[in-house]
Structure formats: structure tokens, C-alpha cells
Design a protein around this ligand. Structure first.
Ligand code: AMP
Length: 322
């Protein structure tokens, strides 16, 4: 089942306390496409300038990525620069240059119309709305956003939230959007807007899934000894989630079961953890399904605990003699 993504393709300059890379492949859609194409075909809608290095397109051509919705315009590719703090979870944006995105309007090619899964990656909310108008029959629509749009385009963002099935937001973004100190209260406010699922991204601490039917799931994190660059972890998370869902046929009324959504969130965490192991999409270039399966089993082990304890069943395990 193919996946449609609309979002940014960029050249990023990223500084961490330990290293710096310049004009490397970035952009929300780039991370998503590279991650999700490990599972299924991905149809990309984006734009780049005439300065965009051909090697990146050649890489995607070797993957199940359809580039017929990628416009190459005369002008400069979107550029973004950021510096990470010592905790590697927080960062300052140093520069954003829209380049060819300034005049961009997404146009969905006819051959993409059978895509059943839609990911609205981080991009101006009004462009996300234009995409929703053109893809009315997706089985699952998933939205990502960022602080910039919460601050500058709240009404348009609200319109998009009301029209999608699932929202991905960091804890901080939920607080900013809902003005609730409590994440649980904030999520309830979001679910009341008509969402079926809200996924709270918690950086290196994993992710929380809240469903409109009341289900709650805490997806474990994979403890990385060294984080090289967390850029794009959220987009790669979405790539793992939708990538996994694209491999299964939903059972009931074309809706995914909660267990399927939960497994998708775990796949998201796994791919997100791999991305952090190198700059840009580098780690995803060599990633295999076996690597993913191995980390999946680790997460099962890390988060499993005995469900059989009851009060009054205290077992004596022996008293240490001194
Ligand atoms: P994440 O780390 O998941 O928030 O994603 C970071 C990616 O988003 C970077 O590769 C940037 O190129 C891209 N990005 C940053 N700012 C914007 C923006 N205003 N619109 C679209 N994409 C952006």
C-alpha cells in the first residue's frame, strides 16, 4: 500500500556541541521518505531549487520512491540551520530560508491518487490544507507541525487539525498549542477537536499514544549510548509508523486496530532512534529490516514486566544475613 507525503526537502546546517555539518540533506519529507521506503512505495510531493544536488535524487531513485510529484524550480532550495544544546533534545533555529517554498503550491499527480496513507509533514498549514482538498479518500491522515506554525498560523493549523485522524506533537508543542500545563489535559482538548489519535513525542524518552476510545500506550525508548544528531527523528518516527501500517491490510471497516497502531508507534520509535546515530539520513541509508527486527525485540524485552502481581501476594525472596 503506497504512502503519500508532502513536506520540506532541504539543505540543513546542523551544529551539535561536538560537531558541525553544512548543507547536508535535510527536510521533514526527506527523512520521512527515506524511512518509509524501507517498508513500501512512497510518493513524494515537494519542491527543490536548481541548486539541489543530483546525488540525493539518485539515492531515492534506487529506493521505492516516486519522484514525479517533486518540482525542480529555478531558484534556491529551502535552507535551515540549527544549533543543539548539550542535552541534544533542545535546539535553537539559527536560520530559515524558504527559497522555492515561498511560491510553492502542492499539486498531487494523478498517479498518486491511490495512496491510502497520507503524511502531512512539517510545512505551512495552508499548504497542508491544499493537500487535504486534493486527497479526500485517504484511509489514515497524519499531521506533523512545529512551534513556528503554532505561533504564526494558529487558525490555519486548527483547521488542519480538525480534518486529520492523527496528530504528532512534542510535549512542548502540546503545551504551546493548548495552553495546558498538563499534557493529559492538553491531549484531551486535542481529541475533542475530532482527532482519533494523538502521539506525544518525548525525544529521547519515547512516545505516548492517546486514542479517542480511551486507550493509552507508552512506547518504550531505545537507550542510545551516543546521540550524534537528533534532527529529523520526528519525521523518521512518522516514516516508521506509516511504513509499518502500509504493510498490513486493516481488518475492520478499513480502520486499523489499536494493536496495529501501537506496533506502528513502536516502529516509529525504532526508526527515530536509528536516525539519531548519525547526521542527516546517513544511518537510514544502510538500515535493514533485520536491524529493525532486532531492535523491536529489544524494546519488547525492555518494557515487559510481570502482570501477575496482586496485593497480598508478597513473596519472601530470602533475608540477607549479616
Ligand atoms: P525535526 O527534527 O523532526 O523537527 O525535523 C527537522 C527538519 O525539519 C530539518 O531537516 C529541517 O530542514 C526541517 N524544517 C525546519 N524548519 C522547517 C520549516 N519551517 N518548514 C518545513 N521544514 C522545516
Amino acid at each position: 500500500m503506497s504512502i503519500l507525503v508532502v513536506g520540506s526537502v532541504a539543505l540543513d546546517t546542523v551544529e551539535t556541541p561536538f560537531a558541525r555539518v553544512e548543507e547536508t540533506l535535510g527536510g521533514a519529507a526527506s527523512y520521512f521518505v527515506t524511512a518509509a521506503s524501507l517498508y513500501s512505495q512512497v510518493n513524494l510531493v515537494a519542491t527543490v531549487g536548481s541548486d539541489f544536488p543530483a546525488e540525493h535524487l539518485d539515492f531515492w531513485r534506487r529506493r521505492p520512491v516516486n519522484l514525479s510529484g517533486l518540482k525542480i524550480e529555478e531558484g534556491r532550495t529551502f535552507r535551515w540551520a540549527a544549533r543543539y544544546h548539550m542535552d541534544m533534545n533542545t535546539r535553537d533555529t539559527l536560520d530559515t530560508q524558504l527559497g522555492v517554498y515561498a511560491g510553492f503550491h502542492p499539486s498531487i499527480p494523478d498517479e498518486y491518487s491511490s495512496s491510502k496513507l497520507l503524511f502531512l509533514a512539517n510545512i505551512q498549514p495552508e499548504l497542508q490544507l491544499e493537500v487535504l482538498e486534493q486527497v479526500p479518500n485517504a484511509r489514515l491522515t497524519v499531521l506533523d507541525t512545529m512551534e513556528l506554525w503554532i505561533m504564526t498560523e494558529r487558525p490555519q493549523l486548527t483547521e488542519v487539525i480538525k480534518r486529520v485522524d492523527m496528530l504528532l506533537m512534542s510535549e512542548e508543542e502540546i503545551r504551546q498549542y493548548t495552553n495546558c500545563a498538563s499534557i493529559v489535559k492538553g491531549v484531551r482538548q486535542l481529541l475533542d477537536m475530532g482527532l482519533h489519535y494523538v502521539v506525544v513525542k518525548q525525544g529521547s524518552y519515547g512516545a505516548l499514544l492517546f486514542c479517542a476510545d480511551g486507550t493509552f500506550f507508552s512506547a518504550p525508548t531505545y537507550p542510545l549510548e551516543e546521540v550524534i544528531d537528533p534532527t529529523g527523528a520526528g519525521d523518521a518516527f512518522a516514516g516508521g509508523l506509516l511504513g509499518y501500517l502500509s504493510t498490513i491490510e486493516p481488518q475492520q471497516h478499513s480502520r486499523y486496530s489499536i494493536d496495529e497502531i501501537k506496533r506502528g508507534v513502536v516502529h516509529g520509535n525504532i526508526i527515530g532512534s536509528f536516525v539519531c546515530e548519525d547526521f542527516s539520513i546517513s544511518r537510514l541509508r544502510t538500515l535493514t529490516m533485520d536491524d529493525i527486527a532486532e531492535r523491536y525485540q529489544c524494546l519488547v524485552m525492555f518494557s515487559h514486566f510481570d502482570p501477575h502481581w496482586r496485593p497480598g501476594q508478597i513473596q519472601t525472596v530470602g533475608v540477607k544475613q549479616f
